[in-house]
Design a protein around this ligand. Sequence first.
Ligand SMILES: Cc1cc2nc3c(=O)[nH]c(=O)nc-3n(C[C@H](O)[C@H](O)[C@H](O)COP(=O)(O)OP(=O)(O)OC[C@H]3O[C@@H](n4cnc5c(N)ncnc54)[C@H](O)[C@@H]3O)c2cc1C
Length: 381
Amino acid sequence: MVAVEQPFDLSERHRKIQEIAREVAASVEPFAHEADECADVHPATAAALRESGLARHVVPAAYGGEEEILDPLAIAVVREALMYTSAHLDSLFGMQGVGSYSLAVGGSEELKDEWLPRVARLDAIAGLALTEPDVGSDLRAITTTIESRDGELRVRGRKSFITNGGAAAFYCVLGKEGDGYSMVLVPADAPGLRAERGADIIAPHILGELTFDDVVVPEGHRLGVPGKAFSLMLQTLAVFRVTVAGSAVGLGQAALDEAVQHSTTRTQFGRPLLELGAVGQNLALSWADVESARAMTYRAASLARQDPLAHLDYSSIAKVVATEAAGRVVDRGVQSMGRFGLVRGSKIERLYRNARPLRVYEGATEVLLDSLARRLGKKVS
Ligand SMILES: Cc1cc2nc3c(=O)[nH]c(=O)nc-3n(C[C@H](O)[C@H](O)[C@H](O)COP(=O)(O)OP(=O)(O)OC[C@H]3O[C@@H](n4cnc5c(N)ncnc54)[C@H](O)[C@@H]3O)c2cc1C
């Protein structure tokens, strides 16, 4: 087992990063509800994030970022603080990394120099296009094609449910190339690329449907080795999956705080709700859920910091633990607030909706459990 540096507490440096993230989140709080209702970029939220310089944490230092190698613990800590206040803010931050990491790992120097400093400054929004109208978890079934011909790459197909679709400056696109899978960077203004507004979901999100109608880009826009793009995706997941757990911890903490605030100030039967047996028990369980999820997330992120690919199982465990915990915590929060928890536009109602997609994207819980079960089998045999 690899030695873990400061596994259960944050270093001074991580605390400083956390402080900056909390300040940005606090500055967004007055319009967080409005931002979380947005299916387009919310300008004031993006401006606050841009000004904070936090997006530099998702880009390597050589291209305008903060650290030579991305630090999943720092990113998870930032996401925890941002999600505490706004899912829109968290998504704008997280997707700059998720959307650009294949470029950072597999792009040519020229391509990286062109785009990554802009990603770090939040001058160019990034997107990652994997999912298709008929293909979600089973990515090997995608039908988008990439064809190399006369020094150019030709992309044909459709991508669906793409975060930042329509708002991004470029997309890292996964397609079939011969018998393998390749990835290519397609600028949003490439002729033949059409972005349409995506579905309105339970918790508004910038979502787009992308059509690649014979889009041609130079061969230099290729990311990674032809036919071997799954390794780029794996590397992205290895760094960023655990950061979704960070978001879930932030959301769970916000839901717990909201429920505690309500149940200590509202009285029924002559006592604060918190003192009515089951309410207090439920919120104590939520506290235990949030603390366990945070401990697991920091531990998995510390491991990912040392070697992301070697510890992907722990990142998956953290994502399952933290997102499922957030679901339970916010549900108990609503229950403890009675009818007030059901009011549209209330904070707990917004958190309830924001919690739901976490268990589906970047690996649905069941998909992660399925792969963990296979890994368990290999450990035993
Ligand atoms: C808010 C949001 C943002 C998104 N952003 C992006 C993006 O930026 N880029 C992108 O490419 N995609 C994006 N997606 C799509 C996301 O990656 C997919 O929703 C996800 O991969 C699951 O695919 P699916 O929804 O088609 O579900 P399906 O694959 O149809 O699966 C449905 C359910 O079946 C179960 N299941 C599936 N496979 C297994 C299995 N092997 N074992 C056991 N159970 C299983 C799970 O419960 C799963 O939830 C986004 C989705 C959402 C909701």
